[in-house]
Design a protein around this ligand. Structure first.
Ligand code: OGA
Ligand code: MN
Length: 213
């Protein structure tokens, strides 16, 4: 046997395989501890520092060419991340993301070429009404990715649940997901309708999209 052909060019990653299976079967995946407690702590510190130093913008509906701010639809404030200018926390964030993306591209031929991520803060009493993450004039978003940076001990009365509206045999079923720290939710941007329920305690996250073009 020619040993050249025995080389294993990548190691199967069971976490990523679970994500791929979940998305293939149910169009979404919930991953506990995608980020460790220490990683969440440094990312939380990063979002808090950025919030003090930079102006987070009222989030808009529609893409950047077609922005309208409709507070009755969404009330979070956001700051786009710039992978070419990162602090240590953001560097580790993008390292994990890029690792996942290259795995998806190698094993599922998803063809993810671009990505965009922003920090998001939902102040008390804000929400994001039921929506889908692809815009009428822009279908490049393939997978949505949300990662929660809240303190340990997020309680149901804090609100801010992410609700995915799933279609099970023609019936709408609600999947309620609490924004626990370290938890990551990945779902098909073009398919899954979802909403963020009203928040009673400031809610911290990073949201992003993996894009084909
Ligand atoms: C979004 C979004 C969900 C969440 O930013 O488009 O739906 O749980 N976020 O923060
Ligand atoms: Mn969304």
């Amino acid at each position: 046997m020619n040993h050249l052909f025995e080389a294993i060019d990548f190691v199967e990653n069971s976490l990523y395989e679970q994500i791929i299976t979940d998305i293939g079967t149910q169009q979404f995946s919930i991953v506990e501890n995608f980020f460790t407690a220490e990683e969440v702590a440094v990312l939380r510190q990063s979002i808090q520092e950025k919030h003090e130093e930079h102006s987070f913008k009222k989030a808009a509906i529609g893409n950047r060419l077609n922005e309208t701010i409709i507070k009755s639809i969404r009330g979070d404030v956001i700051l786009w991340m710039d992978e070419s200018d990162v602090n240590a926390a953001e560097a580790l964030f993008f390292k994990k993301i890029n690792d996942l993306v290259s795995y998806l591209n190698r094993t599922c031929f998803l063809g993810i070429l671009h990505k965009e991520f922003h920090y998001a803060i939902y102040p008390k009493d804000t929400f994001y009404k039921k929506h889908i993450d692809t815009f009428q004039n822009d279908d490049r978003r393939k997978l949505s990715f949300v990662c929660y940076l809240n303190e340990d001990g997020w309680l149901p009365e804090n609100g801010g649940e992410l609700v995915l509206y799933l279609n099970e045999n023609g019936e709408e079923v609600e999947k309620v997901i609490y924004p626990f720290p370290g938890r990551v939710v990945i779902f098909e941007s073009q398919i899954i309708e979802h909403e963020v329920k009203p928040v009673n305690t400031e809610r911290l996250s990073i949201t992003g999209w993996l894009k084909t073009r």
